[in-house]
Ligand binder design. Structure first.
Ligand SMILES: Cc1cc2nc3c(=O)[nH]c(=O)nc-3n(C[C@H](O)[C@H](O)[C@H](O)COP(=O)(O)OP(=O)(O)OC[C@H]3O[C@@H](n4cnc5c(N)ncnc54)[C@H](O)[C@@H]3O)c2cc1C
Length: 281
C-alpha cells in the first residue's frame, strides 16, 4: 500500500434521512482529511453520498467493484452500459469518494488498507415548521394565465429594427403590456425573444416560463394571436391545442401564412396593437 495516501472507510449502516446524513457525511469527509473515502453502496449511503460529496468539494463514483493502488495511484473498476462493459478508471481529483458494491465493501477496504472512521449523523427533530407562506412569484403580476380565452404571443420582431431603422424596446413593452392589461390575455413568447439578453431589461414581464413551443409550453387557450413571430415549426408545435389562430406579421411568406394560422394580417404589429389598445380603451 502507498503510505502517502490517506484512505478512510466510512461504514454507514441502518436508517437515516437525507437532511441529517448529508451535512454529517460532508463533515466526515472533510474532517477525515482523506484523499480516498470509501462508502458501502447501501440505500442509506447512496441516498446522501452524492450531495455530501458535492458539499465537501469531492468527486464521487458509485458501483465500484474493485479498487487497487497501482504505483501509488488508485485505480477503480466498475461495470457500465448495463453490465456489458467492464471499465478501469481513475481520477486525479481529491478527495475522491468511492461507493462500492455493498457486498464488496469489507473486501475492498481490507485490500487498500482503509482506516475505519465512525459516522454519526445528527439526531433530533428535523420536521419543518411552517412559519408562513409566501408567493414564489417575482412580486409582479403574472403574465401567464392558463384560464384566459386568448393566448397573445410576442415574437422577436418586437425587438428588431423597425421601418425607421431604430429599436423600440420600451414602446414594444408598453404596447404588449397595454394589450395584456386591457384584454386579460395570457402572454406567450417565442424562444428567440426570451433568449435575447438585450431585450431582458425592457421585457421584465416575461421569462422563459412564457416560451411556447417544442422546448417550451403547450398552452390550451381557445384562441391565439401571434405578433412579430415568424411561426416556425418548433414554435408552432406549442400551439397544437389552440384551434383559432391569427397572426400579425410584416412578412406575407412567414410560417403562419403557410397554413399554420386561420388569418394572417400582413401589417406592422406596432401599429395594429396600438390601434387595438386604443379601441379597447
Ligand atoms: C431544437 C429547437 C427547439 C426550439 N424550440 C422552440 C420553442 O420551444 N419555441 C420557440 O418559439 N422557438 C423554438 N425554436 C426556435 C424556432 O425555430 C425559431 O427560431 C423561433 O421561434 C423564432 O422566433 P421569432 O419568430 O420570434 O423570431 P424571428 O424568426 O426573428 O422572427 C421575427 C418575425 O417578426 C416579424 N416582424 C418584425 N417586425 C415586425 C413588425 N413591426 N410587425 C409585424 N411583424 C414583424 C418578422 O417579419 C419575422 O417574421 C427551437 C429551435 C430548435 C432548433
Amino acid at each position: 500500500m502507498d503510505q502517502g495516501m490517506k484512505i478512510v472507510a466510512v461504514n454507514i449502516e441502518g436508517n437515516g434521512t437525507f437532511a441529517q446524513d448529508v451535512p454529517a457525511l460532508a463533515e466526515t469527509i472533510k474532517a477525515s482529511g482523506a484523499e480516498l473515502v470509501l462508502l458501502p453502496g447501501n440505500s442509506r449511503a447512496k441516498r446522501s453520498a452524492a450531495a455530501a460529496a458535492m458539499r465537501a468539494g469531492a468527486e464521487i463514483d458509485t458501483n465500484v467493484v474493485d479498487l487497487e493502488l497501482v504505483d501509488g495511484k488508485p485505480v477503480a473498476r466498475r461495470w457500465v452500459y448495463r453490465q456489458r462493459i467492464f471499465t478501469t478508471f481513475s481520477r486525479a481529483a481529491r478527495p475522491w469518494v468511492i461507493v462500492t458494491d455493498p457486498s464488496l465493501f469489507g473486501e475492498i477496504c481490507a485490500k487498500v488498507g482503509a482506516e475505519a472512521v465512525p459516522f454519526a449523523a445528527a439526531s433530533g427533530a428535523t420536521r419543518t415548521t411552517v412559519n408562513g407562506v409566501e408567493n414564489a412569484g417575482t412580486g409582479g403580476e403574472s403574465t401567464i394565465k392558463p384560464d384566459a380565452q386568448l393566448l397573445f404571443v410576442a415574437g422577436a420582431g418586437w425587438t428588431k429594427k423597425q421601418a425607421d431603422g431604430a429599436l423600440h424596446f420600451d414602446e414594444a413593452a408598453e404596447t404588449i403590456t397595454g394589450f395584456l392589461g386591457r384584454s386579460g390575455a395570457s402572454l406567450g413568447s417565442s424562444k428567440s425573444l426570451v433568449d435575447m439578453p438585450e431585450a431582458a431589461a425592457a421585457f421584465k414581464f416575461m421569462s422563459h416560463m412564457n416560451q411556447v413551443g417544442q422546448t417550451g409550453s403547450t398552452p390550451r387557450h381557445a384562441k391565439g394571436l401571434s405578433t412579430c413571430c415568424h411561426g416556425e415549426e418548433p414554435h408552432v408545435v406549442g400551439w397544437r391545442f389552440v384551434n383559432e389562430r391569427r397572426a400579425v406579421n410584416l412578412d406575407a411568406n412567414c410560417g403562419w401564412a403557410q397554413g399554420k394560422a386561420d388569418v394572417v394580417y400582413v401589417a406592422d404589429a406596432f401599429a395594429v396593437m396600438k390601434k387595438v389598445n386604443e379601441l379597447l380603451g
